[in-house]
Design a protein around this ligand. Structure first.
Ligand code: ADP
Ligand code: MN
Ligand code: MN
Ligand code: MN
Length: 345
């Protein structure tokens, strides 16, 4: 038997966006535990805005388990929060995602490294040279001397955990980076995004560096904000699609614009200005290969007779991927698939 360090992690009840929380319990197993081996656990919800002091127990229900490369015999256990009666806690966004194994999501997480209250690499006063060379850049002048080390270590931790990490790139602003995660199944990419965020936050503790997930940390300047583009497809979109269905789907997205914006991350009006490769927050638009549209339709989608995936560019870096996936699938589910004119005759 081996003693495993199980880090149970969950999302707290803070709004508009939850924070990650985690605590460790030690359990003995013969081999690395699978989900079925992991017991429910609990925590004091009165300290996480999830309960009142007089009745403060909340339940942690394991939903996914990952090897933890930073600890000997470690595991990260992603959990949903339940009420004592076993029903989902109101803060549990994951429980609101429609189950659909055919739904695929790809999230592109942008973020800033921050140190001493400013982006890593910014001088104490004023600004570094304007953006231009930083995106996908190389060299000390562009990326400094520690960002790449953290990014690479994070990548290794994600791969070790079995997260379907797809890549990294230095972003447009100095100190800004991106990574992408793709998953098949309506909850998989969102689970892995939260675990990847956890690994990144924990990693940077030892560097004395913070992660700034806010979508526009430098305010109304010529420095880019951070998004978390949501690429999505369903079995129907990939295999049947068609122009008529696509147009109905875009109409549903337009009609639900406010519901989408409500869960696409706080302060998005600061980022979705129509500048810096964004669309205005007040209008819904789509366009082929258009990075200034709400939804970008890849060239491949049109070439493939309106089949494939779409990119919603509005979700921001601070958005909760559970709430985003949940909303996207709700809107998709509101659009009837297939033709009502059957070939029965
Ligand atoms: P860009 O920066 O040009 O928008 P990226 O390569 O950073 O492109 O991101 C594209 C994302 O689209 C990736 O996360 C990828 O996994 C995702 N993606 C590709 N095909 C599909 C699909 N069929 N369904 C959902 N997401 C997809
Ligand atoms: Mn990208
Ligand atoms: Mn990007
Ligand atoms: Mn993108």
């Amino acid at each position: 038997m081996t003693k495993y360090k199980l880090e149970y992690i969950w999302l707290d009840g803070y709004t508009p966006v939850p924070n990650l929380r985690g605590k460790t319990q030690i359990k003995e197993f013969d081999v690395f535990p699978s989900l079925e081996d992991l017991p429910l656990w609990g925590f004091d919800g009165s300290s996480t805005k999830q309960a009142e002091g007089h009745s403060s127990d909340c339940v942690l229900k394991p939903v996914a388990v990952y090897p933890d490369g930073a600890r000997t015999n470690g595991a990260i256990v992603m959990c949903e929060v339940l009420l004592p009666d076993g029903s989902p806690h109101p803060s549990n966004g994951r429980a609101t995602i429609l189950d659909d194994p055919g739904a695929w999501f790809g999230f592109e997480q942008e973020y800033f490294f921050y140190k001493n209250g400013r982006p890593l690499g910014f001088p104490e006063a004023g600004y570094p040279p304007p953006q231009g060379p930083y995106y996908t850049g190389v060299g000390y002048r562009n990326v400094g001397d520690v960002a790449r080390k953290m990014v690479e270590e994070h990548l290794d931790l994600c791969l070790y955990a079995g997260i379907n990490h797809e890549g990294i790139n230095a972003e447009v602003a100095k100190g800004q980076w991106e990574f992408q995660i793709f998953g098949k199944g309506s909850k998989k990419a969102a689970d892995e995004m939260w675990v990847a965020r956890y690994l990144l936050l924990r990693l940077t503790e030892k560097y004395g560096v913070d992660i700034e997930f806010h979508c526009k940390p430098l305010g109304d300047t010529d420095w880019n904000g951070s998004g978390m583009h949501c690429n999505f497809s369903t079995t129907y979109l990939r295999e049947t699609g068609g122009k008529e269905y696509f147009e109905k789907l875009m109409k549903a997205f337009e009609e639900n614009r406010e519901e989408h914006i409500a869960v696409y991350g706080p302060d998005n009006h600061m980022r979705l200005t129509g500048k810096h490769e964004t669309a205005s927050i007040h209008e819904f638009s789509y366009g082929i290969a258009d990075r200034g549209a709400s939804i970008r339709v890849p060239h491949s989608f049109i070439k493939n007779d309106y089949k494939g995936y779409l990119e919603d560019r509005r979700p921001n870096s601070q958005g909760d991927p559970y709430q985003i996936a949940s909303r996207v699938l709700k809107t998709i589910a509101s659009v009837p698939t297939g033709s009502s004119v059957s070939a029965a005759a």
